[in-house]
Design a binder for this molecule. Structure first.
Ligand SMILES: [Zn+2]
Length: 401
């Protein structure tokens, strides 16, 4: 089962260290990780999502997408995550087969296979991608989203918090910055992108240090088939752990210890109603869904990582709990799942819930900043608290006195 023995071994080491950190922080009256998590707040998180929506749906292969990459990079630098880099790759889009938008009559079936595994239950509505510009009734936004995607070079940005004692090992914290559907991609994936950016801000504070490295990555081309994440793996997997130049103490690609992806963090209003409508408000039972893929080579390590991150939720998330599931699918952690411990965080399970129509804004003109209330945004903030707390434990974060 252990096909990458050294990676698995070092992951186990990090798990032990984090368990020690957890025990220590439990015994300490003033928990330093709590003070780090407290540096997140709802207003900042919302402002970062709002900033991303100025670039419309940020569709890959357009000027608005390139401007969004530039803006994200400038923000990361302003947070103190100054060592930004870009992955460059080429992408030739194959036009997607048009899929009907909107919701058809709801259907109720005993069960249906879900993508990634598991079965959809209960009431389902149609989920698809809006490709109709005229469906966007906000004329300014329609104009902003008008430029079509063209084939060619693509870029995506990341920045890195370098570890003090283990600069050669890292956790990847990621989301995707491109969107689709003629809206603003406020939830998909402005919410995950903003979460990663906010964590980059907190970890880049001059008084913060981590034993291990953390890389904050904002993928491009997720919506076309995870092409940005695949390009990263193709270009950098073989560089892991190599010191370059020799003796410099610099590791351009530290060894991967875990990959934590964030995609659609806001909306958990539950199953569609009998008539195909949705509840108006975040359901009281809303949770952060942490998924790993049980049919992957690194399933054991991924499951451990999932439970560790769930532990971060129990300890540090202020409002909403987390649930762990084993059907991670259709997200940028997929290209990593046979190489390193890989999980995703979402508002709902991707296969059997989002796939069954639990998010009616998904890839639609209605995925707008104004669509969501503070109860929705707060779920995303809780996911940020969850990952920040967990990664602070895993990477050995401390605040310098
Ligand atoms: Zn997404």
């Amino acid at each position: 089962m252990v096909t990458h023995r050294s990676v698995a071994a070092s992951f186990t080491l990090a798990v032990c260290l984090s368990a020690a950190a957890l025990a220590q922080s439990t015994d300490t009256v003033a928990d330093p990780i709590k003070s780090m998590v407290d540096r997140l707040d709802l207003a900042r998180y919302k402002a970062t999502i709002k900033g991303l929506t100025q670039f419309g749906d940020r569709r890959q292969g357009t000027d608005r997408n390139r401007k969004a990459v530039d803006w994200i990079e400038a923000q990361l630098k302003s947070y103190g995550c100054t060592n930004t880099e870009r992955i460059r790759y080429d992408f030739a889009p194959t036009p997607p087969a048009p899929r009907p938008a909107g919701s058809a009559a709801p259907v109720r079936r005993a069960s249906a296979a879900a993508q990634g595994g598991g079965r959809m239950r209960g009431i389902r509505t149609r989920a698809g991608v809006n490709n109709d510009s005229l469906a966007q009734t906000d004329l300014a936004l329609r104009a902003l989203n008008a430029q079509p995607s063209t084939p060619g070079p693509r870029e995506e940005v990341f920045c890195t918090k370098i570890g003090t004692t283990h600069p050669d090992e890292m956790y990847i914290v990621a989301g995707h910055m491109d969107g689709i559907g003629w809206g603003e991609g406020a939830n998909d994936d402005g919410s995950g992108t903003a979460l990663v950016m906010e964590l980059a801000r907190v970890f880049s504070s001059p008084d913060m240090q981590t034993e291990r490295t953390i890389r904050f990555v904002l993928w491009n081309n997720e919506e076309t088939g995870l092409n940005g994440a695949r390009a990263y793996v193709a270009q950098r997997q073989a560089l892991q752990g190599k010191e370059e130049p020799a003796g410099s103490g610099k590791y351009p690609e530290p060894k991967w210890l875990g990959m934590i992806q964030h995609d659609m963090m806001l909306f958990d209003h539950g199953m569609p109603n009998e008539d195909g409508t949705m509840r108006k408000e975040q359901r009281a039972e809303a949770d952060v869904n942490i998924e790993f893929q049980s049919n992957s080579k690194m399933a054991d390590a991924s499951q451990k990582l999932a439970w560790l991150v769930a532990g971060g939720n129990e300890k540090y998330a202020t409002d909403y709990p987390a649930a762990v599931g084993n059907h991670m699918t259709n997200t940028d952690s997929g290209p990593f799942q046979d190489i390193v411990a890989s999980i995703s965080l979402r508002e709902a399970e991707r296969g059997r819930e989002v796939g069954a129509g639990w998010d009616p804004q998904w890839h639609q003109v209605t995925d707008l900043f104004v669509t969501y209330t503070d109860k929705d945004f707060r779920l995303g903030l809780n996911a940020a608290q969850t990952t920040l707390g967990a990664v602070a434990m895993l990477a050995g974060a401390t605040v310098k006195k």
